[in-house]
Design a protein around this ligand. Structure first.
Ligand code: FPP
Length: 250
């Protein structure tokens, strides 16, 4: 995989999102359409993830968060869950040196409970290896759920109040300190592949003011150019964060 291919240079964008979140959806459908099993679709999804990481670096994005396994994905068949757990480990181990060369800092967001200890270990090793990198921060959301993250933060505040025998007003700043990665910036651009139009419990807190781009491409068909199409769409949007601009015609 060539990272900086002069033939595939990112176009110039009016504005580049600082933080992109991706829901890598459509692996199963991609595979089934070809008479393959769902797990073959996940295998094909790995190359698309690498492409999107390269495209994000090329475009100057500083944070990319990928939804690799949700707290709801445990409902899938035991075979698929087992495959996804094993594959997360395998991809991290196989790709961490390349990502390290690309100056990518790998982080993990999610819940430890229920997650295979060997997956946690692999995530932590990748975090340690790449901790000093200054390029793209790639957060792998593994055993992640937005509602659960909010509940866990609320629980942490309650526990602190009980421990200190005093309760403090819950402010946004205090609440955010209890999120899994308190320094994760808000999501600017939220992308979902495969034509599905829903958030599926991803980064509910952080994506409150994100721009949403839903794309028809199934995840394994995603390339850096697909990512750049989404960034171009984002770049043409007017973000107001609740404010308003009065511009009557004439
Ligand atoms: C959603 O597609 C995809 C997942 C739940 C897993 C994402 C995994 C990868 C992209 C594999 C490569 C990356 C890593 C980190 C292991 P789906 O299965 O819901 O597809 P469908 O909607 O067509 O059924």
């Amino acid at each position: 995989m060539i990272l900086f291919d002069p033939e595939r240079k990112a176009p110039r964008f009016e504005s580049v999102p600082k933080h992109i979140a991706v829901v890598m959806d459509g692996n199963g459908r991609w595979a089934n359409k070809r008479g393959l099993t769902r797990t073959e679709g996940h295998r094909a999804g790995e190359a698309a993830l690498l492409e999107v990481i390269a495209g994000a670096i090329e475009a100057g994005v500083s944070n990319l968060t990928a939804y690799a396994f949700s707290t709801e994905n445990w409902k899938r068949s035991p075979e698929e869950v087992r495959f996804l757990m094993g594959y997360n480990k395998e991809v991290l181990r196989r790709r961490r040196d390349l990502l390290n060369q690309w100056d990518v800092r790998i982080r993990w967001s999610g819940r430890e409970s229920k997650l295979w200890p060997s997956v946690v270990k692999e995530l932590q090793e990748a975090e340690k290896l790449t901790a000093k990198n200054k390029g793209l921060t790639l957060t792998m959301a593994v055993n992640y759920g937005g509602r659960q993250e909010i509940l866990d933060a609320a629980q942490a505040l309650v526990d602190k109040a009980a421990k200190n025998k005093s309760s403090q007003r819950v402010t946004q700043a205090r609440f955010e300190k209890e999120l899994y990665l308190p320094d994760m910036p808000d999501v600017d651009l939220f992308i979902r592949s495969s034509g599905e139009i829903r958030t599926s419990n991803f980064l509910l807190w952080q994506a409150s003011y994100a721009e949403y781009v839903f794309m028809e491409e199934l995840w394994p068909d995603f390339s850096r150019e697909t990512l750049w199409k989404a960034i171009a769409d984002y770049s043409g949007r007017q973000r107001r964060f609740g404010a308003a601009v009065d511009s009557p015609l004439n």
